[in-house]
Design a protein around this ligand. Structure first.
Ligand SMILES: NC(=O)C1=CN([C@@H]2O[C@H](COP(=O)(O)OP(=O)(O)OC[C@H]3O[C@@H](n4cnc5c(N)ncnc54)[C@H](OP(=O)(O)O)[C@@H]3O)[C@@H](O)[C@H]2O)C=CC1
Ligand SMILES: N[C@@H](CC=O)C(=O)O
Length: 428
């Protein structure tokens, strides 16, 4: 039986897991696809590097074109990361009729439409299950499992590093900087953790989920992004007191064909299933008009979980090859993208203010909310022993983002408001 030959771009964390699964599960993969799968050639930066997996040295190359130009290679698995070189190689592979599997969220979020268009033109598959939420098969779920429904909301904890940091701050009172260091040592964070903590990694993943969920070409620039670097222990403590956990959520919403997508630290009601997703775990909550609430939970990063998704994509490509249907089942957005305005984006809000500690202040504050028609769910006021401010914590009912912005602007001009300490969206 002729084996399907695979070129692997990258033998780092994920690439190593791919080799382990392809070699270790060979009999199962053969039974499921009807073809032996052979990793024929592997691209690395440095062939002399010590690796924690043994591969034949003849298979390693430092020249990517050895793989692109090799006519025997049917499928290329891209797990090297980066954008420009990966894109160039992927387009060149597609030009030569090679199918692609990738875990590269940065590339798919920025250049997904161009790559998928080239794949369709060439009758090739491009699958990217591992690019969002590592081991959770959320991409296939959105494309196939929910093809019958109309999704109105996707909320995801899609970055393991930030969830690990927030969990440790909440459960152990740990300091942000200490836990970030720990997450780096554990290998969860990107080499430059800015993309984790400032929400960019989650934004790329939400670009992909929003496109798939709403059938419209969401661009990275459509995602409003705020990371966790300004989340304080004080916010977490107040949140807990009021029954919330702070989580970095990707939130994609659709109403009457208008969509909004954001990544932001959010106060999540403890009774909501996302509030109990802890540590490096990821979860994606999907609400469909017909199905109602669903949630998908699992490891969001790491060698074997991520490789599980990569190799599942490989199996799908090989099955399509055997049926001669590659490139025929690609995802094509068919809806025009219409973004919500700030008047159309609505949510509950948590607002923590430092105000003058004197009579009548609360009335002044609530008057501002009333002026912009924002009704309040709860108001907590107490003096702060450590400084001359009193603290006021407000939870609003659903209010438009435009109204909340006006309220906050007005607070800036009020003498009695010394500082707007924190503002969070509230879910649940
Ligand atoms: N790690 C994870 O948990 C997850 C990762 N991903 C994505 O998977 C991809 C791979 O991640 P990961 O395995 O962690 O990355 P690593 O940094 O661990 O591995 C990258 C591999 O690619 C090789 N490589 C990188 N650049 C080049 C280059 N210019 N030329 C030749 N070889 C190159 C490296 O070679 P060498 O070994 O010689 O240095 C290394 O083997 C990324 O897109 C990442 O975002 C997605 C989900 C989860
Ligand atoms: N740094 C990422 C790794 C996987 O995508 C994360 O923390 O989720």
């Amino acid at each position: 039986m002729k084996p399907i030959k695979v070129g692997l771009l990258g033998l780092g964390t994920v690439g190593t897991g791919v080799v382990r699964i392809v070699e270790g599960h060979q009999a199962d993969l053969l039974s499921q696809t009807g073809s032996p799968i052979e990793i024929a050639s592997i691209l690395v930066q440095d062939k002399s590097k010590n690796r924690n997996i043994s591969v034949s040295p003849d298979k390693l190359t430092e020249n990517p074109w050895d793989i692109v130009e090799n006519p025997e290679i049917d499928v290329v698995v891209e797990v090297m990361g980066g954008i420009e070189l990966s894109k160039e190689l992927m387009l060149a592979c597609l030009e030569k009729g090679k199918h692609i599997v990738t875990a590269n969220k940065d590339l798919m979020a920025l250049h997904g439409p161009e790559i998928l268009a080239k794949a369709a033109e060439k009758g090739c598959d491009v699958f990217y299950e591992a690019s969002v939420a590592g081991g959770i098969p959320i991409i296939r779920t959105l494309i196939e499992g929910f093809s019958s429904d109309r999704i109105t909301k996707i909320m995801g904890i899609v970055n393991g590093t930030t969830n690990y940091i927030l969990t440790k701050m909440s459960q152990e009172g740990a300091a942000y900087a200490d836990v970030l260091k720990e997450a780096q040592q554990l290998g969860y964070a990107e080499s430059d953790p800015t993309s984790d903590v400032e929400g960019f990694d989650a934004a790329r993943k939400m670009t992909i989920l929003g496109t798939l969920g709403f059938h419209a070409n969401v661009a990275l620039g459509d995602v409003e992004v705020k990371g966790i670097s300004n989340v304080t222990k004080e916010d977490i403590t107040y949140g807990k007191r009021l029954g919330y956990e702070v989580k970095l959520l990707g939130i994609a919403e659709r109403q009457d064909d208008h969509i909004s997508i954001s990544v932001q630290p959010t106060m999540v009601k403890k009774s909501h299933p996302l509030a109990s997703v802890n540590g490096v775990f990821n979860a994606v909550y999907v609400y469909g008009e017909a199905v109602g609430e669903t949630m998908f939970y699992g490891p969001g990063a790491g060698e074997m979980p991520t490789a599980t998704s990569v190799v599942a994509d490989l199996v799908a490509v090989v099955r399509n090859m055997n049926l001669g249907i590659n490139g025929r089942r690609g995802f094509k957005p068919y809806k025009e993208k219409k973004l919500k305005t700030d008047e159309q984006i609505a949510s509950k809000n948590f607002i923590l203010l430092h105000v003058a500690d004197k009579a009548g202040v609360l009335a002044q504050i609530t008057q501002v909310f009333a002026q912009y028609d924002v009704s309040l769910e709860s108001v907590l006021q107490h003096p702060n022993a450590s400084n001359p401010n009193a603290e006021i914590i407000i939870i609003t009912h659903d209010a438009s983002k435009a109204s909340i912005n006006k309220v906050l602007k007005q607070f800036e001009s009020l003498d009695v408001v010394h500082e707007i300490k924190s503002v969070y969206r509230v879910e649940g």
